[in-house]
Every structure is written in C-alpha cells, then in structure tokens.
Design a protein around this ligand. Structure first.
Ligand code: GDP
Length: 444
C-alpha cells in the first residue's frame, strides 16, 4: 500500500519526540536524521530532501518552538506544513479555455496509464461538469490503443474520434478538432502515442501535435510505482513540451512515495490528479495538504467524507442515523452499508483515511480480504426477510441453514452475527456521544 513504510518511519521519528517532555536541539537533530533517511528510502529526490530538512530544522530549532508547551506537536505541524509545500501547497484546477473547447493533451510513456487516465478524466468531467467531451485517438503505433480508447469511450458515454492507424497523428488531431467544433464539444481529450522511453521521434511528433492543437492543458501521466524514474520522465517531457500538469497513476500500488513528493519540487509543475485504481471512477483531485496528512498518518477525513458523499444518498444517511439511534439497524441496512463501502474502494484505504488509523497496529491485524465481504453478503442474502429485520430469530438451526445456503462454515456465520451485534451496539453508543468501546471492536 502506498506510503506505508514512509508513514511508519516518520511516525516513529516524531513519536520519539512526543515522548520527551522537553525537546533539545540534539533531539531535533536526531529526529531530522531519521526523517531524512525515511524520505531517501521512500525514493524522494536527494536535493528535495536536503532542502526540506534544512527548512524544518531551522524552524524547529527556534526558541519559540523548543520552549513552547508542546514542542513535539509544533514540530509535527512544521513537518506537515513543509511536506504540503513540497507537494505544491494547494490543489491546482484544470486550465480552462475561455471559449469551447478546452483542449487537453495527454502525454506519457507507454504503460503509464495514459489511455486509462483519458477515460477517467472524461468520466470526471461528465460527472462533475456534465461535460460533453470528445476523445481523439492519436496513438497510431499501438493498434490496441485505439480499441482501448473506444471501449473506454463507450463505457463513459464519450464519443471517440479515430482514423485508424494509417493517417498521420497530426492530421488525425486536425480533423478531430474540426469535428469537435462542429459538434460543439466542450472538452477535447487527445490520447497521444507513448514509447517505452523518451525518444526524439516521439517528442517531435508530440511537439507537432502541440503546435497544431495549442492545448490549454498538457497533462503528463506518470507511474508512481517507478519512483525517481517518474521524476526523470517528467523532467524529460517538460523540457520539450512545457507540460502544465501531472497525473500520478497507480498510487494504489506499492509505492514508496518518492514521485508524489518530488515531482512538484523538481519540475515546478503541479500534480493535478492521482490514479488510485484501474476503475474509471478511481481518479482523485490531488490535494497536497490532505496527502501530507495521510503520509504523516494523521488521516484524511475530508477525502473520506467526500468519497462517502459521492455515493451516498442523503435521505438514506438520515434514515440510517435514525435507525442507529433507535437501535433498529437490521441486516438489510447492513447489506446496504456493505454495498456503499464496496463502492468506495479497498477497505484498507478507507480505514487509513481515519485519523490515527494509518499506522494503528490493530489495523494490521484486520484482514480485509474483499472475499470476506462477498461471503458476508452471501450469508445475509441467505436470510429470510423476517430474519433480516429481526436478527434475534437467528437460532442455531437457522444459522445452520444460512451456512448451507451461503456455502460457508457455521463458525463464520456465528462470527458475522456476533460482529453485527457488536457494531450495532457500538453505533448506537456513538450516536449517543459515547465513543468508548470503539477500540474493543477494532481488536475483534
Ligand atoms: P498507456 O500505455 O499509458 O495508455 O497505459 P494504459 O492506460 O493502457 O495503462 C496501463 C496499465 O496500467 C493498464 O493495465 C491499466 O489498467 C493500469 N492502470 C492505469 N492507471 C492505473 C491506476 O491508477 N492504478 C492501477 N492499479 N492501475 C492502473
């Protein structure tokens, strides 16, 4: 999972400071050494690390901090602020053209996720702006690329302009733009060719398309899993094309974080979006402050709430809260919640957005196999409507029937019912403002 090692190391260094009542200059130096190593191991650019440590140290060693009542907390705050700055401070929106269409040119190496990201971006624009994008297939070297874009286009409901693989890409873009003008599309997304590495012929072709289309936004897609290499790629493209923003893909994978932390500082170009999975809705606006908070294991409640809101029906939420309060939360609601959760993405990722949970050792013990969720759903689906509404009916013989119906062992049925009852109790307590007992639940 992204940033796991980095979060652990940074938290380790900072919690040592927290344990000390009084923090000395030597303590700060020690913590900075550890943070420096953690960042380097996360594959953050050497120079970026050096500058970061220098600034944090200067700020932390000031008497105002060391002699304050809570020096460790102040230092965490400084680290958080500087990490945020390193990644660009605030979210940078897409550049828009004053008159339609806004032209977005997608560039990047082969396999970085360019075509997928074009589809995600179309999805994002349709969903958030009710946009009518046209996608232009200008990658003629990989025949599958055109089909891939067409498939994505069909999925998201965006037309794709293509002329096969025998026409020059610049000509394809020229005719595609003419079609967009005719159809009054508000966005044009140009999917260009990628190579395995930067080469002159590719750069020339992209420069030619760039000269013709004069895009408002030239978005470079880079693979976060490649760490420092992603930063080098960004520099390479930027030196020829003057990119306007970066999309960092595969942040859901096992990335150490180096690319996310260095790209802005090295290239001066903002990360505008991150790709967090292969599905077309797994594109997120990049917020440096929220990312810093996640890296430091302080959670990201804002993104969590937004994610929940995206899928959540407000009336349903009100009804659910009412049921929890009245203690009438039943298995139908449970099923509903599981569906909602599954829509939000991998559970581990969601849990990590809760402050304090990122490195909670108890979280590590919870196995979040998506299969478990499917099994739980199968058990609930084997219940009769009466059983779902009144879980007290579930006596041993009924439980055996559920186990047979769902094809799961009886212990699993018992465990699930126990968990259901515990969560119900916990939610009811929380709705009354009593947050005790939450930890007990996490341990189970
Ligand atoms: P292109 O050659 O740059 O157009 O790359 P593609 O769009 O074909 O993507 C290459 C592979 O990466 C595909 O298997 C995608 O499903 C996958 N991919 C793209 N973005 C993401 C992402 O954010 N997360 C994950 N896990 N996979 C991604």
């Amino acid at each position: 999972m992204a940033f796991e090692g980095l979060t652990e190391r940074l938290q380790g260094a900072l919690s040592k400071l927290r344990r000390k009542g009084k923090v000395t200059e030597a303590d700060v130096n020690q913590a900075m050494r550890e943070i420096r190593l953690a960042l380097l191991e996360a594959d953050v650019n050497f120079k970026v690390v050096k500058d970061f440590i220098k600034v944090v140290k200067e700020k932390a060693i000031g008497t105002e901090v060391l002699e304050s009542l809570s020096p460790a907390q102040q230092i965490v705050k400084i680290v958080d602020e500087e990490l945020t700055k390193m990644m660009g401070e605030t979210a940078v929106p897409l550049n828009k053209s004053p008159k339609i269409p806004t032209i977005i040119m997608m560039v990047g190496l082969q396999g970085a996720g360019k075509t997928t990201t074009a589809g995600k971006l179309a999805t994002y624009l349709i969903k958030n702006e009710k946009a009518r994008p046209l996608m232009i297939a200008a990658d003629i070297y990989r025949p599958a690329a055109i089909d891939q874009l067409k498939t994505v286009g069909e999925q998201v409901g965006a037309p794709v302009f293509e002329m096969g693989t025998d026409v020059n890409p610049v000509e394809i873009v020229r005719q595609g733009l003419a079609q967009a003008a005719l159809q009054k599309n508000d966005y044009v997304l140009i999917d260009t060719a990628g190579r395995l590495q930067i080469d002159e012929a590719l750069m020339q072709e992209l420069a030619d398309i760039n000269d013709l289309a004069r895009p408002n936004e030239t978005l470079l897609t880079v693979d976060a899993m490649t760490g420092q290499a992603a930063v080098d790629v960004a520099e390479g493209f930027n030196s020829r094309l003057d990119i306007t923003g970066v999309v960092l893909t595969k942040l859901d994978g096992d990335t150490r974080g180096g690319a996310a932390l260095s790209i802005r500082a090295v290239t001066g170009k903002p990360i505008k979006f991150t790709g967090q999975g292969e599905k077309l809705n797994q594109l997120d606006v990049f917020y440096p402050d929220r990312m810093s908070s996640r890296i430091l294991g302080m959670g990201d409640m804002l993104s969590l709430i937004e994610k929940a809101q995206e899928d959540y029906d407000e009336q349903k939420a009100v009804d659910m809260a009412e049921k929890i309060k009245e203690n009438s939360f039943d298995f139908n609601d449970f099923l509903d919640q599981m569906d909602q959760l599954q829509n939000m993405g991998p559970l581990e990722d969601i849990m990590k957005m809760i402050p304090g949970m990122a490195n909670n050792p108890q979280l590590k013990n919870i196995k979040m196999d998506p299969k478990d969720m499917t099994h739980m759903k199968a058990i609930v689906q084997s219940m009769t409507p009466q059983e779902r509404e009144n879980p007290d009916l579930l006596n041993p013989s009924r439980r055996r029937r559920l186990a047979a119906g769902a094809g799961r062992p009886i212990v699993e049925v018992n465990r699930m019912i126990k968990q259901f009852n515990q969560s119900k109790k916990m939610m009811n307590q929380m709705s009354k403002g009593n947050f005790n007992g939450m930890e007990g639940l996490m341990g189970n």
